[in-house]
Write a protein that binds this ligand. Structure first.
Ligand code: PMP
Length: 284
């Protein structure tokens, strides 16, 4: 059975869902998106994802295609229609269709597309083994704080990782790790300090990152918000990534360096467990 997806006011089987050839998301990457994870049929950290979408739209002077309340109704309906209990909901807003021009159209009609992905996100083998990452140059544009659909550089980083036999890539700029291909990067130093890069236009302001930092504070863990180099990461006691779809995922190898014992570290494992508990409890 095919999925039901949402396209500009209609719920359609995915093979019938169509977008204009002139959609600026397609022609120019002129669009933004969000992903909320789904646990027990409910949305995780969804209000924060909607708030970040609002900021992305505003930074690009793009209009909302509907109200926030309508967006939430569409999310709930698409979960219901596809009967998804665990996985993710993806939604994308573009500036809509207009004849190709670098100038924004005068009266744009923004477009909204939404679909679900049913998958296990809690009980995943990688959480037990940890993942490996390679470092790659960060070749993305300089507004990584805006969650645009321009994901080719991230896609290429991920492909470089797969070709090197690794699971993911950490991007590096002027000697420091910015973030993962689709996640925020953390290390834990030998003296048990959690280190992650400060917020700026250089990285996406991860929703999961924020919740993890709040959790770390509650757990009286020491946190140092600053950039770190690949060399520092090679010598770390632990490493991990955070994102809506991976929660907290331990990293056990960076380039050719085994991290800690080469198995998921205790802080990453604890934060993953606590995060999933809170996510389940607060999902709505
Ligand atoms: N950085 C990048 C580049 C990402 O694509 C993502 C995932 N969308 C993240 C960080 C993590 O953000 P979040 O925790 O909000 O999913």
């Amino acid at each position: 059975m095919s999925r039901i997806v949402y396209v500009n006011g209609e719920y359609l089987p995915e093979e019938d869902a169509k977008i204009s050839v002139f959609d600026r998301g397609f022609l120019m990457g002129d669009g933004v998106y969000e992903v909320s994870s789904i646990l027990d049929g409910k949305l995780v950290d969804n209000a924060a994802h909607i708030a970040r979408l609002e900021r992305s739209l505003s930074e690009l002077k793009m209009d909302w295609p509907c109200t926030k309340e309508e967006l939430l109704e569409i999310q709930r309906e698409i979960l219901r229609l596809n009967n998804v209990t665990e996985g993710a909901v993806y939604w994308q807003i573009t500036r809509g269709a207009a004849d190709r021009d670098f100038v924004f159209p005068k009266n744009p009609k923004s477009s909204l597309v939404m679909f679900t992905q049913a998958k296990n996100i809690v009980d995943v083998p990688a959480a037990k083994t940890g993942i490996s990452v390679i470092t790659v140059p960060d070749i993305r544009w300089h507004r990584r704080d805006i969650k645009t659909v321009q994901l080719l550089a991230s896609s290429m980083a991920k492909m470089a990782a797969l070709e090197a036999g690794a699971n993911d890539a950490w991007q590096v700029e002027t000697g420091y790790v910015t973030e993962g291909s689709s996640n925020n990067a953390f290390i834990v130093t030998q003296d048990e300090t959690i280190v992650t890069r400060n917020l700026s236009n250089d990285i996406l302001h991860g929703i999961t990152r924020r919740v993890i930092l709040e959790l770390a504070e509650k757990e009286n863990l020491t946190v140092d918000i600053r950039p770190f180099t690949p060399d520092e990461a090679y010598g770390a006691a632990e490493a991990f990534i955070t994102s809506a779809s991976s929660f907290v995922m331990p990293v056990v190898k960076i380039d050719d360096h085994k991290i800690g014992t080469g198995t998921p570290g205790p802080i990453a494992v604890k934060l993953r467990k606590l995060y999933i508990e809170i996510a389940r409890a607060d999902a709505a």
